[in-house]
Design a protein around this ligand. Structure first.
Ligand code: 2IT
Length: 477
């Protein structure tokens, strides 16, 4: 391997040996770029790689909150502003008991690459807390979020750092966080947080966006292999927003999720999670996020306690969509032995490095990397919010046409088109032959119908038309 790459990895191991997830991601990413570093000796001269592994800034803060019995609790808050070279730091907040500096740094490092891959002007960041949301009341969540934002608000902003959700942080938490930000700053700065509710500037499609993006990526992988998604059976782990989005979009496209794993074991539903079962997933999760067994009880299907579904043979595709290091060597061996061809990483770093190397080395397998597969979530939000925020003229999107190279984001946009016109918030005209489309300038605003009009510019072609972006016309679902 390239000596400079090797020295950087060694440096990270020496300095951060106590941060295993961070060391793991640096090793994975830098090993993969070694051939490119070989071709660019100037990178070493500028010490580019050591710069990239050192967050620009990372801080912790105290978050004290009071539970419903009046007892005070103290948690650690984190924000890692990893790399702002191409835009404001952007990345989610994770609230989970196991959150620590290693996890926040690994996620921030991954986010930097993922965000740049979308073609949008976003830097990379991540944050969160070791607060465990399980079993907390709404009022406790609210007090925690308000205290968290009281400590964080002066270090973020639409031009500075734009947090969003991750595990443990959804629409409810973002709402509490945004309310506190607004109260403290005294301004309505839409662009400071993404993942807000639709009625106050968020996107209808956010909960599904990451899962949808992953399925669109899968479709492109299949297309590349002269294959199609119709009739495909998928095994996933996780049934949070991402897993649920996969289930929903797969069902819509004529495929089905026939296995899914949760914290307590896995479900095998040969008919697939389709139709009203999709709604039941939401209901089950809201009641108790730690158990998926109720699904088996309700639909009379198989539940295998304490196991993961890696290695089952009667599927065509595996999509780990739960959390980091879900697939270790032992599972990878079973996956390879199952004969299943497609392994599509969805969660952030779902595979350990040895397991990933092993899967990639299988001649019969196609392995797709998480940073590309799961970028639909962060991508669609930034495009939509960018358009609605105060800088419509700076919004770049990576929309490409049917004939162009793969771009997950355009497909997420198409979903908005496919919605009932009364609910539509985005009308996007497909442009034949388009390369990268630049939604360039705000050309009109209609407050009666509550939409804005933006001009679409394509490099080399100039203006190709106008797009109407609707907002605030949705009355709730
Ligand atoms: O991992 C991720 O890409 C996210 N949690 C979403 C981050 C974001 O800023 O939308």
């Amino acid at each position: 391997m390239n000596a400079y790459v090797e020295s950087v990895i060694e440096n990270v191991k020496r300095k951060h040996g106590n941060e295993p997830e961070f060391v793991q991601t640096v090793e994975e990413v830098f090993t993969s770029i070694a051939p490119m570093v070989d071709k660019h000796p100037e990178y070493e001269k500028a010490d580019l790689l050591n710069r990239m592994v050192e967050p620009e800034r990372m801080f912790t803060f105290r978050v004290v909150w009071t539970d419903d019995n009046g007892q005070a609790h103290t948690n650690i808050g984190y924000r890692c502003q990893f790399n702002g070279a191409i835009g404001p730091y952007k990345g989610g907040l994770r609230f989970q008991a196991n959150v620590n500096p290693s996890i926040i740094k690994f996620l921030g490092f991954e986010q930097t690459f993922k965000n740049s891959l979308t073609g949008l002007p976003m830097g990379g960041g991540k944050g969160g807390s070791d607060f465990d949301p399980a079993g907390k009341s709404d009022a406790e969540i609210m007090r925690f979020c308000q205290s968290f934002m009281s400590a964080l608000y002066r270090y973020i902003g639409p031009d500075i750092d734009v947090p969003a959700g991750d595990m443990g942080v959804g629409g409810r938490e973002i709402g509490y966080l945004y309310g506190q930000y607004r109260r403290l700053k005294g301004v309505w700065e839409n662009g400071v947080l993404t993942g807000k509710g639709f009625s106050y500037g968020g996107s209808l499609i956010r909960p599904e966006a990451t899962g949808y993006g992953a399925v669109y990526y899968l479709q492109e992988v299949l297309k590349h292999e002269n294959d199609t998604i119709e009739g495909k059976r998928i095994a996933i782990s996780g049934y949070g927003n991402v897993g649920w989005g996969i289930m929903k979009k797969a069902a819509e496209l004529g495929a089905k999720v026939t296995y899914f794993a949760g914290p307590d074991g896995y479900i095998h539903d040969p008919d697939g999670v389709v139709g009203e079962k999709l709604d039941y997933i939401l209901e089950m999760r809201a009641k108790d996020p730690m158990h998926c067994k109720p699904y088996a009880d309700k639909y009379g299907v198989e539940f295998v306690p304490g196991e993961k579904c890696w290695g089952v043979k009667d599927v065509d595709i595996y999509m780990p969509a739960a959390t980091q290091n879900d697939v270790r060597m032992e599972s990878a061996e079973k996956i390879a032995a199952s004969g299943v061809k497609y392994y599509i990483e969805v969660a952030n770093m779902p595979t350990t490095n040895d397991a990933l190397d092993y899967l990639r080395s299988q001649k019969h397998m196609i392995v797709a990397p998480s940073k590309a597969v799961n970028a639909g979530g962060v991508g669609v939000m930034t495009i939509l919010q960018g358009v609605f925020s105060q800088y419509p003229d700076e919004v770049l999107s990576n929309i490409r046409n049917e004939k162009g190279e793969f771009a997950f984001i355009s497909f997420v946009f198409n979903d908005l088109n496919n919605m009932n016109p009364n609910e539509s918030i985005y009308e996007y005209k497909n442009i034949d032959g388009a390369g990268i489309v630049n939604i360039n300038s705000l050309t009109g605003i209609d407050t009666t119908h509550k939409y804005i009009e933006v001009e679409v510019l394509i490099p080399g072609l100039g203006s190709v038309g106008k797009v109407l972006v609707y907002n605030f016309n949705y009355q709730g679902k």
